[in-house]
Ligand binder design. Structure first.
Ligand SMILES: [Zn+2]
Length: 215
């Protein structure tokens, strides 16, 4: 597949600029070399990162200029062919970090919840040991230990429940953020909680037919 770039109207990517040649450059995918931009002996040259080139590999971060045209990026050229593969590839990390964050919150909250609920139950035992050391018959210490024995489990259950109630809120904010980011790069349609690899197998957006793979 070759994306033809130039001023002539039968190009794939048409640039209406006097400094751009009729057939200025070609963009194609080389399985070994990646995306290659090739100048077709244009009058005013092709520039990558400000440096004139004849044939060079380009990445998504390289600013590209044809003659004195405005600056374009790889994605701009690919979109002319309905190719959103480079944009789609970036969603892989969006999905992965969403899953990781979700697991992290759930497991850390479970640990905190369990600790908060179980630690206060240990206190009555400690109090009992203290009473043993201080001697029997001291009513004040006995009263304090009784209060702690009754209150500790209640406090533990309260703190544990409060901690547990934070989980839905945290998960909600992660899910909201995910729904904004995990969308078709062309039409913005939310892709659902579907692993990136499964989507890649579909090869194109079911809503707008944007290509998610180079094929
Ligand atoms: Zn789409």
């Amino acid at each position: 597949m070759i994306i033809k770039i130039g001023k002539a109207t039968d190009n794939d990517f048409i640039i209406n600029n006097l400094s751009v040649s009729r057939y200025h450059a070609n963009l194609f995918f080389d399985n070994e070399g990646g995306w290659i931009l090739e100048d077709l002996n244009s009058t005013n040259g092709t520039f990558i990162n400000g440096v004139q080139v004849l044939k060079k590999k380009i990445t998504t971060s390289d600013p590209i200029r044809f003659g004195n045209s405005e600056i374009f990026f790889l994605q701009d050229l690919l979109h002319a062919n309905n190719d959103y593969s480079e944009d789609f590839a970036q969603l892989k990390d969006v999905y992965r970090s969403y899953v990781q964050e979700k697991i992290k919150i759930q497991s850390s909250n479970q640990l905190k919840t369990r600790l908060l609920q179980s630690l206060p139950f240990a206190i009555p035992g400690i109090i009992g040991v203290i009473i043993g050391f201080l001697g029997k018959g001291n009513q004040t210490i006995f009263a304090i230990s009784l209060c702690v024995t009754i209150l500790a489990p209640a406090v533990g259950i309260y703190l544990g429940a409060r901690q547990a109630s934070k989980i839905p809120m945290l998960l909600q904010s992660i899910t909201d953020n995910f729904k904004i980011k995990y969308v078709c790069p062309k039409c913005g349609h939310f892709l659902g909680e579907i692993p990136w690899e499964s989507l890649l197998n579909k090869k194109q957006c079911p809503a707008c037919k944007a290509k998610w793979t180079k094929e």
